[in-house]
Design a protein around this ligand. Structure first.
Ligand SMILES: *Cc1c(COP(=O)(O)O)cnc(C)c1O
Length: 384
Protein backbone atom coordinates (compact mmCIF):
# COMPACT_ATOMS: atom_id res chain seq x y z
CA UNK A 1 0.00 0.00 0.00
CA UNK A 2 1.25 3.48 -0.86
CA UNK A 3 2.21 5.77 1.99
CA UNK A 4 -0.41 8.43 1.18
CA UNK A 5 0.43 10.55 4.19
CA UNK A 6 4.08 11.05 3.33
CA UNK A 7 3.24 11.85 -0.30
CA UNK A 8 0.84 14.60 0.80
CA UNK A 9 3.27 15.82 3.46
CA UNK A 10 5.96 16.04 0.80
CA UNK A 11 4.02 17.82 -1.94
CA UNK A 12 1.18 19.82 -0.47
CA UNK A 13 1.83 23.29 0.92
CA UNK A 14 1.56 22.69 4.62
CA UNK A 15 -1.32 25.01 5.52
CA UNK A 16 -3.64 22.45 7.11
CA UNK A 17 -3.15 21.13 10.64
CA UNK A 18 -3.65 17.43 9.84
CA UNK A 19 -5.13 14.47 11.67
CA UNK A 20 -3.41 11.11 11.51
CA UNK A 21 -5.89 9.34 9.24
CA UNK A 22 -6.31 8.64 5.50
CA UNK A 23 -9.97 8.51 4.48
CA UNK A 24 -10.70 6.50 1.37
CA UNK A 25 -14.46 5.99 1.41
CA UNK A 26 -17.68 7.46 2.77
CA UNK A 27 -21.35 6.45 2.82
CA UNK A 28 -24.10 8.24 4.72
CA UNK A 29 -22.65 9.21 8.10
CA UNK A 30 -19.81 6.65 7.91
CA UNK A 31 -16.22 7.01 6.78
CA UNK A 32 -13.52 4.39 6.24
CA UNK A 33 -9.75 4.79 6.36
CA UNK A 34 -7.11 3.04 4.23
CA UNK A 35 -6.79 0.27 6.81
CA UNK A 36 -10.51 -0.52 6.64
CA UNK A 37 -11.36 1.04 10.02
CA UNK A 38 -14.89 2.48 10.21
CA UNK A 39 -15.76 5.87 11.70
CA UNK A 40 -18.93 7.75 12.61
CA UNK A 41 -18.66 11.14 10.94
CA UNK A 42 -19.66 14.01 13.23
CA UNK A 43 -18.07 16.63 10.96
CA UNK A 44 -19.48 16.21 7.42
CA UNK A 45 -16.21 17.62 6.07
CA UNK A 46 -17.20 20.87 7.90
CA UNK A 47 -20.94 20.85 7.22
CA UNK A 48 -20.57 19.83 3.58
CA UNK A 49 -22.06 16.31 3.55
CA UNK A 50 -25.49 17.29 4.95
CA UNK A 51 -27.20 14.78 2.62
CA UNK A 52 -24.65 12.10 3.58
CA UNK A 53 -21.49 10.90 1.90
CA UNK A 54 -21.95 9.40 -1.58
CA UNK A 55 -25.66 10.20 -1.50
CA UNK A 56 -27.24 7.93 -4.14
CA UNK A 57 -29.24 10.73 -5.73
CA UNK A 58 -26.24 13.04 -5.97
CA UNK A 59 -24.01 10.25 -7.31
CA UNK A 60 -26.54 9.39 -10.02
CA UNK A 61 -27.00 13.05 -11.00
CA UNK A 62 -23.27 13.74 -11.24
CA UNK A 63 -22.69 10.54 -13.26
CA UNK A 64 -25.49 11.35 -15.69
CA UNK A 65 -24.47 14.99 -16.12
CA UNK A 66 -20.78 14.03 -16.50
CA UNK A 67 -21.58 11.91 -19.52
CA UNK A 68 -23.83 14.65 -20.98
CA UNK A 69 -22.22 18.09 -20.51
CA UNK A 70 -19.58 18.90 -17.89
CA UNK A 71 -18.73 22.45 -18.79
CA UNK A 72 -20.46 25.41 -20.41
CA UNK A 73 -19.30 29.03 -20.41
CA UNK A 74 -21.59 31.42 -18.56
CA UNK A 75 -22.01 33.43 -21.76
CA UNK A 76 -24.21 30.58 -23.06
CA UNK A 77 -27.46 29.26 -21.61
CA UNK A 78 -27.66 25.66 -20.42
CA UNK A 79 -30.43 23.42 -19.12
CA UNK A 80 -28.81 22.28 -15.86
CA UNK A 81 -28.32 25.85 -14.67
CA UNK A 82 -31.92 26.77 -15.46
CA UNK A 83 -33.29 23.82 -13.52
CA UNK A 84 -30.90 24.46 -10.63
CA UNK A 85 -31.90 28.13 -10.33
CA UNK A 86 -35.60 27.30 -10.47
CA UNK A 87 -35.10 24.70 -7.72
CA UNK A 88 -32.96 27.01 -5.58
CA UNK A 89 -35.47 29.87 -5.78
CA UNK A 90 -38.25 27.52 -4.70
CA UNK A 91 -36.56 27.19 -1.26
CA UNK A 92 -34.76 30.48 -0.52
CA UNK A 93 -36.38 33.45 1.29
CA UNK A 94 -38.88 35.10 -1.06
CA UNK A 95 -37.24 38.55 -1.10
CA UNK A 96 -34.09 37.10 -2.67
CA UNK A 97 -34.62 37.20 -6.42
CA UNK A 98 -31.33 36.61 -8.21
CA UNK A 99 -28.15 34.58 -7.83
CA UNK A 100 -24.50 34.85 -8.69
CA UNK A 101 -23.11 31.31 -8.74
CA UNK A 102 -19.57 30.56 -7.53
CA UNK A 103 -17.38 27.54 -6.71
CA UNK A 104 -16.86 28.22 -3.02
CA UNK A 105 -18.00 30.20 -0.02
CA UNK A 106 -15.27 32.78 -0.06
CA UNK A 107 -16.10 33.67 -3.68
CA UNK A 108 -19.72 34.27 -2.72
CA UNK A 109 -18.58 36.65 0.05
CA UNK A 110 -16.19 38.30 -2.38
CA UNK A 111 -19.06 38.97 -4.79
CA UNK A 112 -21.20 40.34 -1.93
CA UNK A 113 -18.48 42.82 -0.97
CA UNK A 114 -17.98 43.96 -4.57
CA UNK A 115 -21.72 44.27 -5.21
CA UNK A 116 -22.30 46.17 -1.96
CA UNK A 117 -19.70 48.77 -2.89
CA UNK A 118 -21.03 49.02 -6.44
CA UNK A 119 -24.66 49.43 -5.39
CA UNK A 120 -24.27 51.77 -2.41
CA UNK A 121 -21.28 53.79 -3.76
CA UNK A 122 -20.00 53.48 -0.17
CA UNK A 123 -16.85 51.61 0.91
CA UNK A 124 -16.94 50.36 4.50
CA UNK A 125 -18.04 47.09 6.10
CA UNK A 126 -18.68 45.98 9.65
CA UNK A 127 -18.55 42.35 10.71
CA UNK A 128 -18.44 40.47 14.00
CA UNK A 129 -15.63 39.43 16.28
CA UNK A 130 -15.17 35.65 16.01
CA UNK A 131 -16.88 35.75 12.60
CA UNK A 132 -15.47 33.73 9.71
CA UNK A 133 -16.16 34.53 6.06
CA UNK A 134 -13.32 32.99 4.06
CA UNK A 135 -9.70 33.31 3.05
CA UNK A 136 -9.49 35.45 -0.08
CA UNK A 137 -8.65 39.12 0.40
CA UNK A 138 -12.13 40.58 0.69
CA UNK A 139 -13.53 37.71 2.74
CA UNK A 140 -10.40 37.61 4.91
CA UNK A 141 -10.78 41.32 5.57
CA UNK A 142 -14.21 40.52 7.03
CA UNK A 143 -12.80 37.59 9.05
CA UNK A 144 -11.83 38.35 12.63
CA UNK A 145 -9.11 35.89 13.60
CA UNK A 146 -5.72 37.57 13.82
CA UNK A 147 -3.80 34.36 13.03
CA UNK A 148 -5.54 34.16 9.65
CA UNK A 149 -4.91 37.81 8.83
CA UNK A 150 -1.62 39.19 10.07
CA UNK A 151 0.78 37.41 7.70
CA UNK A 152 -1.09 38.75 4.68
CA UNK A 153 -1.65 42.39 5.55
CA UNK A 154 -2.41 44.97 4.30
CA UNK A 155 -5.93 43.66 3.70
CA UNK A 156 -8.81 45.48 1.99
CA UNK A 157 -9.34 48.84 3.72
CA UNK A 158 -12.61 49.81 5.37
CA UNK A 159 -13.39 46.75 7.52
CA UNK A 160 -14.07 46.85 11.24
CA UNK A 161 -15.28 44.39 13.89
CA UNK A 162 -17.78 44.58 16.71
CA UNK A 163 -18.79 42.09 19.45
CA UNK A 164 -21.45 39.65 18.25
CA UNK A 165 -24.99 40.01 19.63
CA UNK A 166 -24.21 43.55 20.87
CA UNK A 167 -26.39 46.04 19.03
CA UNK A 168 -25.10 49.21 20.73
CA UNK A 169 -21.53 48.48 19.66
CA UNK A 170 -22.66 47.82 16.11
CA UNK A 171 -24.63 51.03 15.98
CA UNK A 172 -21.56 52.98 17.12
CA UNK A 173 -19.41 51.32 14.43
CA UNK A 174 -21.46 52.33 11.38
CA UNK A 175 -21.25 55.69 9.67
CA UNK A 176 -22.35 57.37 6.44
CA UNK A 177 -19.76 55.42 4.46
CA UNK A 178 -20.87 51.96 5.66
CA UNK A 179 -21.87 49.88 2.63
CA UNK A 180 -22.60 46.58 4.36
CA UNK A 181 -22.88 44.61 7.57
CA UNK A 182 -21.73 41.00 7.25
CA UNK A 183 -22.94 38.50 9.86
CA UNK A 184 -23.54 34.78 10.44
CA UNK A 185 -26.83 33.80 12.11
CA UNK A 186 -24.87 31.20 14.06
CA UNK A 187 -21.10 31.66 14.19
CA UNK A 188 -19.58 28.37 13.07
CA UNK A 189 -15.77 28.63 13.15
CA UNK A 190 -16.16 31.10 16.02
CA UNK A 191 -17.47 28.37 18.34
CA UNK A 192 -21.20 27.81 17.62
CA UNK A 193 -22.39 31.17 18.94
CA UNK A 194 -26.10 31.55 18.37
CA UNK A 195 -27.43 34.90 17.17
CA UNK A 196 -30.24 36.53 19.15
CA UNK A 197 -33.50 37.28 17.41
CA UNK A 198 -33.89 40.82 18.84
CA UNK A 199 -30.29 41.62 17.88
CA UNK A 200 -30.84 40.71 14.26
CA UNK A 201 -34.17 42.52 14.16
CA UNK A 202 -32.46 45.71 15.35
CA UNK A 203 -29.63 45.20 12.87
CA UNK A 204 -32.22 44.99 10.10
CA UNK A 205 -33.83 48.27 11.22
CA UNK A 206 -30.45 49.99 11.43
CA UNK A 207 -29.64 48.87 7.88
CA UNK A 208 -32.96 50.27 6.64
CA UNK A 209 -32.38 53.59 8.40
CA UNK A 210 -28.81 54.07 7.18
CA UNK A 211 -29.17 52.54 3.74
CA UNK A 212 -26.71 49.75 4.63
CA UNK A 213 -26.90 46.34 2.95
CA UNK A 214 -27.34 43.41 5.31
CA UNK A 215 -25.22 40.49 4.13
CA UNK A 216 -26.06 37.22 5.88
CA UNK A 217 -23.48 34.45 5.62
CA UNK A 218 -25.30 31.08 5.64
CA UNK A 219 -22.40 29.13 4.20
CA UNK A 220 -22.23 26.88 7.28
CA UNK A 221 -25.78 27.24 8.63
CA UNK A 222 -27.64 26.79 5.35
CA UNK A 223 -29.46 23.78 3.92
CA UNK A 224 -31.25 22.35 6.96
CA UNK A 225 -28.29 22.33 9.36
CA UNK A 226 -30.00 24.38 12.11
CA UNK A 227 -33.45 22.78 11.86
CA UNK A 228 -34.73 25.16 9.17
CA UNK A 229 -33.82 25.23 5.49
CA UNK A 230 -31.92 28.46 6.32
CA UNK A 231 -31.04 29.78 9.77
CA UNK A 232 -32.47 33.22 8.95
CA UNK A 233 -35.94 31.59 9.18
CA UNK A 234 -35.42 31.35 12.96
CA UNK A 235 -35.14 35.15 13.05
CA UNK A 236 -37.75 36.23 10.52
CA UNK A 237 -35.85 39.11 8.94
CA UNK A 238 -34.87 39.72 5.31
CA UNK A 239 -31.28 39.81 4.12
CA UNK A 240 -30.25 42.04 1.19
CA UNK A 241 -27.70 39.43 0.20
CA UNK A 242 -27.15 35.91 1.47
CA UNK A 243 -24.17 33.62 0.85
CA UNK A 244 -24.43 29.85 0.48
CA UNK A 245 -21.89 27.11 -0.23
CA UNK A 246 -20.62 24.06 1.71
CA UNK A 247 -23.58 21.63 1.65
CA UNK A 248 -25.36 23.12 -1.38
CA UNK A 249 -24.34 20.38 -3.85
CA UNK A 250 -23.86 17.19 -1.83
CA UNK A 251 -20.10 17.74 -1.54
CA UNK A 252 -19.48 19.07 -5.04
CA UNK A 253 -17.77 22.50 -4.92
CA UNK A 254 -20.35 25.24 -5.34
CA UNK A 255 -21.37 28.54 -3.81
CA UNK A 256 -24.11 31.08 -4.41
CA UNK A 257 -24.64 34.73 -3.62
CA UNK A 258 -28.36 35.47 -3.39
CA UNK A 259 -29.47 39.06 -4.01
CA UNK A 260 -32.61 41.06 -3.38
CA UNK A 261 -33.94 43.51 -5.97
CA UNK A 262 -31.75 46.24 -4.44
CA UNK A 263 -28.73 44.62 -6.08
CA UNK A 264 -28.31 45.50 -9.76
CA UNK A 265 -24.92 45.05 -11.45
CA UNK A 266 -23.96 46.00 -14.98
CA UNK A 267 -23.04 43.27 -17.44
CA UNK A 268 -19.36 42.42 -17.67
CA UNK A 269 -18.46 43.80 -14.23
CA UNK A 270 -18.10 40.43 -12.48
CA UNK A 271 -17.92 36.78 -13.50
CA UNK A 272 -16.55 33.26 -13.04
CA UNK A 273 -15.32 30.55 -15.42
CA UNK A 274 -16.52 27.54 -13.44
CA UNK A 275 -19.28 29.15 -11.37
CA UNK A 276 -22.59 27.42 -12.06
CA UNK A 277 -21.12 24.78 -14.37
CA UNK A 278 -23.57 22.02 -15.38
CA UNK A 279 -21.92 19.37 -13.18
CA UNK A 280 -22.22 21.51 -10.04
CA UNK A 281 -25.78 22.44 -10.95
CA UNK A 282 -26.77 18.78 -11.42
CA UNK A 283 -25.29 17.95 -8.01
CA UNK A 284 -27.11 20.95 -6.51
CA UNK A 285 -30.46 19.94 -7.97
CA UNK A 286 -30.13 16.39 -6.61
CA UNK A 287 -28.98 17.60 -3.23
CA UNK A 288 -31.87 20.07 -2.81
CA UNK A 289 -34.36 17.46 -4.06
CA UNK A 290 -33.07 15.02 -1.45
CA UNK A 291 -33.41 17.63 1.32
CA UNK A 292 -37.00 18.37 0.31
CA UNK A 293 -38.05 14.73 -0.14
CA UNK A 294 -36.61 13.77 3.23
CA UNK A 295 -37.55 16.99 5.07
CA UNK A 296 -33.95 17.15 6.29
CA UNK A 297 -34.63 20.26 8.41
CA UNK A 298 -36.95 18.13 10.57
CA UNK A 299 -34.24 15.48 10.87
CA UNK A 300 -31.76 18.12 12.05
CA UNK A 301 -34.26 19.54 14.53
CA UNK A 302 -35.25 16.25 16.17
CA UNK A 303 -31.83 14.59 16.06
CA UNK A 304 -30.17 17.70 17.51
CA UNK A 305 -32.65 17.76 20.38
CA UNK A 306 -32.22 14.01 20.98
CA UNK A 307 -28.43 14.33 21.02
CA UNK A 308 -28.39 17.26 23.41
CA UNK A 309 -30.91 15.82 25.85
CA UNK A 310 -29.15 12.48 25.95
CA UNK A 311 -25.68 13.99 26.38
CA UNK A 312 -26.91 16.30 29.15
CA UNK A 313 -28.01 13.30 31.22
CA UNK A 314 -24.35 12.55 31.92
CA UNK A 315 -22.09 14.41 34.30
CA UNK A 316 -19.28 15.54 32.04
CA UNK A 317 -16.56 17.09 34.18
CA UNK A 318 -14.62 18.46 31.21
CA UNK A 319 -17.60 20.37 29.76
CA UNK A 320 -18.40 24.01 30.50
CA UNK A 321 -21.41 24.46 28.21
CA UNK A 322 -23.26 22.81 25.33
CA UNK A 323 -24.63 25.09 22.59
CA UNK A 324 -26.94 23.48 20.07
CA UNK A 325 -29.27 24.48 17.29
CA UNK A 326 -30.42 21.63 15.06
CA UNK A 327 -27.41 19.49 14.26
CA UNK A 328 -25.00 22.36 14.81
CA UNK A 329 -23.46 21.56 18.18
CA UNK A 330 -20.67 23.26 20.13
CA UNK A 331 -19.32 21.67 23.28
CA UNK A 332 -17.36 24.32 25.17
CA UNK A 333 -14.66 22.55 27.17
CA UNK A 334 -12.80 23.74 30.25
CA UNK A 335 -9.53 22.92 28.48
CA UNK A 336 -8.16 22.56 24.93
CA UNK A 337 -10.28 20.53 22.52
CA UNK A 338 -7.34 19.19 20.50
CA UNK A 339 -6.49 16.11 22.70
CA UNK A 340 -10.19 15.22 22.90
CA UNK A 341 -10.53 15.33 19.11
CA UNK A 342 -7.50 13.01 18.73
CA UNK A 343 -8.88 10.58 21.35
CA UNK A 344 -12.30 10.52 19.66
CA UNK A 345 -10.71 9.82 16.29
CA UNK A 346 -8.89 6.82 17.81
CA UNK A 347 -12.27 5.64 19.08
CA UNK A 348 -13.75 5.97 15.61
CA UNK A 349 -15.60 9.31 15.90
CA UNK A 350 -14.67 12.21 13.63
CA UNK A 351 -15.14 15.66 15.22
CA UNK A 352 -13.94 19.22 14.62
CA UNK A 353 -12.55 22.08 16.67
CA UNK A 354 -13.87 25.64 16.66
CA UNK A 355 -11.24 27.83 18.23
CA UNK A 356 -9.12 26.24 20.95
CA UNK A 357 -11.69 25.07 23.49
CA UNK A 358 -14.81 24.22 21.51
CA UNK A 359 -15.56 20.76 20.17
CA UNK A 360 -17.72 21.26 17.10
CA UNK A 361 -20.16 18.60 15.88
CA UNK A 362 -21.78 18.88 12.44
CA UNK A 363 -22.87 15.35 11.51
CA UNK A 364 -24.55 14.50 8.21
CA UNK A 365 -28.25 15.16 8.73
CA UNK A 366 -29.01 11.61 7.57
CA UNK A 367 -27.13 10.16 10.56
CA UNK A 368 -29.09 7.38 12.30
CA UNK A 369 -30.06 7.41 15.98
CA UNK A 370 -27.81 4.35 16.46
CA UNK A 371 -24.87 6.28 15.02
CA UNK A 372 -25.66 9.23 17.29
CA UNK A 373 -25.74 6.83 20.25
CA UNK A 374 -22.30 5.52 19.28
CA UNK A 375 -20.97 9.08 19.13
CA UNK A 376 -22.53 9.92 22.51
CA UNK A 377 -21.07 6.77 24.09
CA UNK A 378 -17.55 7.68 22.91
CA UNK A 379 -17.99 11.35 23.85
CA UNK A 380 -19.02 10.38 27.37
CA UNK A 381 -15.94 8.13 27.67
CA UNK A 382 -13.58 10.98 26.84
CA UNK A 383 -15.41 13.90 28.51
CA UNK A 384 -16.20 12.37 31.89
C1 LIG B 1 -16.55 27.80 5.31
C2 LIG B 1 -17.09 29.16 5.45
C3 LIG B 1 -16.76 30.17 4.54
C4 LIG B 1 -15.75 29.98 3.43
O1 LIG B 1 -16.15 29.03 2.50
P1 LIG B 1 -15.06 28.34 1.55
O2 LIG B 1 -15.86 27.46 0.64
O3 LIG B 1 -14.11 27.58 2.44
O4 LIG B 1 -14.37 29.43 0.83
C5 LIG B 1 -17.35 31.41 4.72
N1 LIG B 1 -18.24 31.65 5.70
C6 LIG B 1 -18.60 30.69 6.57
C7 LIG B 1 -19.61 30.98 7.62
C8 LIG B 1 -18.04 29.40 6.49
O5 LIG B 1 -18.37 28.47 7.37
Amino acid sequence: MKDYKSIIDQYEIDVYPKRDVVFVKGKGARLWDDKGKEYVDMASGISVANVGHANDKVVAAISKQASTLITCANTFYNDAKAIFLEKLFSIVPANLKRAFITNSGTEAIEAAIKFARAVTKKTKFVSAMKGFHGRTYGALSATYKKEYRELFEPLVPGFSFVPYNNFEKLKEAVDDDTAGIILEIVQGEGGINIGQKEYFQKVRELCNEKNILLIIDEIQTGFCRTGKMFAIEHIGIEADMMTLAKSIAGGFPMGVLLCSDKIQIERGKHGSTFGGNPLACAAGIASIDFMLENKLWEEAESKGKYFREKLEKYTLSKVREIRQIGLMIGIELKDKSQPIIVELLEKGVVTLPAGTTVLRLLPPLVISYEELDTAIEKLVEVLR
